[in-house]
Design a protein around this ligand. Structure first.
Ligand code: UT7
Length: 300
């Protein structure tokens, strides 16, 4: 392919990625992430009321990824469903799960972001093939009578821009073993520069709005954990928000763009690096295909 390490690093910030090999399964990765989250929450899968997965990488058209994950975990009761919002999938799923808990009495909800967009690229298309990695991350939501939790979420979409980022067929399973993975006409097609401009603007706007609605200031936020699509997008949003570098978590250099998985993977690494303390205000944001974008404001 006519590209170079230097181009990819300087234009995107990506140095390394993980992609599924033939025979490997995104469900397995999501299962591992979910088990770890459940262990940390001190819960067994059977105690879950719901499994909500942000993904556009279900193995089949249906059943949903969430139902398959529920079964693999041995949960097998409660509700399980997918939320399809591409790279904003985890932000949307977290918001939906939080609303279910507030409105419908759900108590223990597993929220997962999982995607395998490497299975959907045309490996001859340098404008997309160098960007995407595969992965999964998970959190468990439980009720808390104190100040901790999701303080607010904002979800936005602009269907009029749907053609900026598309995959016009579905189903990871059918394509993982295919020789060329995808024919060019049903692989990911992306109008990167247009998407870049909208991503910067929309992530800035939604971040400001979710913080204002909570009657807080951007300066109150301890850490932003953004979707990792492009280092230059992350830096531009941070600059517009007037945030110093140390308040913006970045790990794109090691994972590339893992779509709905990128925010929970980054959140986990931020926790491992002890960048989040109890009672910190943490903000998650993303923009992706749909177009969709959104933010969650959390009191940790
Ligand atoms: O996850 C949510 C959705 N995704 C995004 O938000 C991604 C948003 N977009 C982007 O991150 C960037 O637009 C890209 C990384 C996709 C592309 O970077 P760019 O700086 O916008 O590059 P470009 O598309 O404007 O292309 C600049 C040049 C072009 O060459 P010419 O026409 O100037 O001669 C491209 O053909 O770079 C060329 N180019 C490459 N060169 C080497 C494009 N891709 C590559 C490549 N290697 N992989």
């Amino acid at each position: 392919m006519d590209t170079s390490d230097q181009w990819v690093r300087s234009r995107t910030g990506i140095a390394q990625r993980y992609v599924l090999r033939s025979g490997e399964s995104l469900l397995e990765i999501a299962c591992t992430a979910s088990r770890t989250a459940l262990e940390r929450a001190g819960l067994s899968p059977k105690e879950l009321d719901a499994v909500v997965v942000g993904t556009v990488s279900s193995e089949y058209g249906f059943p949903s990824f969430a139902c398959q994950l529920q079964h693999r975990l041995g949960a097998d009761s409660g509700a399980a469903f997918d939320v399809a919002a591409a790279c904003s999938g985890f932000i949307y799923a977290l918001s939906v799960a939080d609303s279910m808990m507030r409105a419908d009495g759900f108590e223990r909800v597993l929220v997962v972001g999982a995607d395998a967009l490497s299975t959907m690229v045309d490996w001859r298309d340098r404008s997309t093939a160098v960007l995407f990695g595969d992965g999964a991350g998970a959190v468990v939501l439980v009720p808390d009578s104190g100040p901790r939790g999701v303080l607010g979420s904002l979800l936005r979409s602009a269907g009029n821009h749907w053609e900026l980022l598309t995959v016009r067929s579905t189903g990871v399973r059918a394509t993982l073993d295919a020789e060329a993975r995808r024919r060019a006409d049903d692989a990911i097609q992306m109008r990167g520069p247009e998407l870049f401009r909208i991503a910067v603007r929309s992530m800035e706007e939604v971040t400001r709005e979710v913080v204002t609605r909570a009657k807080l200031n951007i300066d109150d936020v301890s850490l932003i954990v953004p979707h990792q699509a492009n280092l230059r997008i992350i830096q531009a949003v941070a600059e517009r928000l007037g945030l110093p570098r140390e308040k913006v978590f970045v790990n794109i250099e090691r994972y590339g763009n893992t779509s709905a998985a990128s925010v929970p993977i980054a959140l986990d690494e931020a926790l491992e690096q002890r960048l989040i303390k109890d009672n910190d205000l943490v903000l998650l944001n993303a923009c992706g295909g749909g177009l969709t974008w959104g933010a969650n404001l959390l009191r940790w």
